[in-house]
Design a protein around this ligand. Sequence first.
Ligand code: IVH
Length: 678
Amino acid sequence: MTQVSADIRQRVEALRAALDDHNYHYYVLDDPRIPDAEYDRLFRELQSLEAEYPELVSDESPTRRVGSTAETSFQEVIHRLPMLSLDNAFSDDELREFDRRVRDRLSTDEPIEYVCEPKLDGLAVSLHYEQGVLIRAATRGDGYAGEDITANIRTIPSVPLKLRGSNIPELVEVRGEVYMPKAGFEKLNARLATQGEKTFVNPRNAAAGSLRQKKSTVTAKRPLELCAYSMAVTDESLLPETHWDSLQTVREWGFRINPEMRKAQGADACLDAYNELMQKRESLPYEIDGIVFKVNRIDLQQQLGFVSRAPRWAIAHKFPAQEELTVIEDVEFQVGRTGAVTPVARLKPVFVGGVTVSNATLHNMDEVRRLDVHIGDTVFIRRAGDVIPQVVKVVVEKRPQDAADVAMPTHCPVCDSDIVQIEGEAVARCSGGLYCPAQRKEAIRHYASRKALDIEGLGDKLIDVLVDDGMVKTVADLYRLTKFQLSSLERMGDKSASNLIAAIDRSRNPVLWRFIYALGIREVGEATAKGLASYFGSLEAISQASDEALQEVPDVGPIVAGHVRSFFDQPHNQETLEALKDAGVVWQQEQVTDRGARPLAGQTWVLTGTLSQMTRDQAKEMLEALGAKVAGSVSKKTACVVAGEAAGSKLAKAEQLGLPVLDEAGLRALLDEHGLTV
Ligand code: IVH
């Protein structure tokens, strides 16, 4: 065995003390003193020294929080002192009654001092320290017996493995709540989702699930924290006079206590604390489900004692629940102003997060599938703060026999245009952009916007009025507005009416790209509109172009091409374009750039077999110069197959599909015709 020098021993001790100290500043004082990178360096130095000198390894070392892959069996632990629960006050009156009872029992009319603590939404744990060293951690269980979770608890960075300071009683028990901060919960769920694993409904379940892991290495990767809320010592003479002071002591030992904690004299002050904490609820980095009031003086606590399983000196005042169960009675589809079709669950009304909720968005069909939602299902609804209500989980066990699948409609429930879902997009959309009443206002706003047809004076508010009054249904109706109609509107003088009519008039003759942009086709911005205009030259050409032809335009990929196609495929959109023409809107044709030289634009060709007068690469290059795409396999969309010598299966397939086939001579003739020679 190597002799470990005193220097090394000292360095190891110094590193452990430094790391413990940094942890304490970080988790307990919320005041980190060194950057994470520096912490990591010290950590690694300690790790490598411990690896080199195994005799220095100690259970209290901060490196020992990584957990172990050995499976825990969660042995039963009998609590030395039962872990009680709390009575609840459900209203201000019940809280006042509680305070009244306390004062009656203590025969006093003086206001009682209470400690007000956030009620963290996690799991209660009990931690035992012997000579300042963590020896056992247990869950609450039924209050009398819990489970040994020492291995998992040790992985939580805010749990001291060794207590700080001097004057530490021989035996102490500290109790507190293990919880998962909101940010960590979101990250964990995102990670689980990308790994295709089940996500957790809320941070509380995530904390419980993480603590119940058989392998503590898994727990070590979960963002858990501990907040202490009470201490117990065998020798009661060691207890401070107040609960407040006992928590300060616990803090000095190295535990995190809740920074929102405060004292209040009497019931009114407690209710103020309740209301203030409720205001803060959303902005706290962790979830709380209420506030706990505890009589501060320990001697008074002892006088009050316990009744059945709860202390008489404490009570929890709950906040409105943020999760409830209800039933999905139907799923309907809503069309947003940009055409997005969203499944919305119609719920049996339920009181959650302080309001009655009867609808919850299901976002899109991916989400419906992820949640496995059926009509008739019982679901968890969650509404936290101002966030819109969410369906977080289906209770599959409660699914009725006649539960129905949720299917995306094929036609828009508002305007009956086709609903399309472009591959690669989660959202399905109504393709009747110019016509659909749900999209009307947005379509007109976009059409009139500065970068589109720039109709001065046609602002959002006026559009609202025109549409709501039924004067304008589609953009074509703008051109039929009369000065008389306009000046009858509230706050619209003669002059503004004339100005608006003139501005609408000026938009009758747009350049093609602006007009294309103004149509508001999904994902067709200015640059794409310009590209389409200069490539095709006319709206008619664009509206007839195939998917492949559209993709010849720079920056147009399958998704944009899909949106353009589905827009022009809708009869209602075509009707609106006709109506625009009838109203005297004439979009200018555009000079076509470089298309004359691309006679094969939009076509896919396939080369097979051996060519004698040119290489395949040369042939490919020339076909591409004429605008073709050259693909490796034959399908019914292939425009033509060039078959050289010894062409095999591709030629056979082309013949089977009845596709045009050129031999090498035919190809040369074609190239010749367009001035290309080898
Ligand atoms: S004191 C005898 N303080 O609430 C008093 N409990 O319903 C026992 N809890 O199981 C608990 N925050 O999990 C106390 N500041 C707090 C708390 C708190 C959360 C939980 C704890 C307990 C449950 C009681």
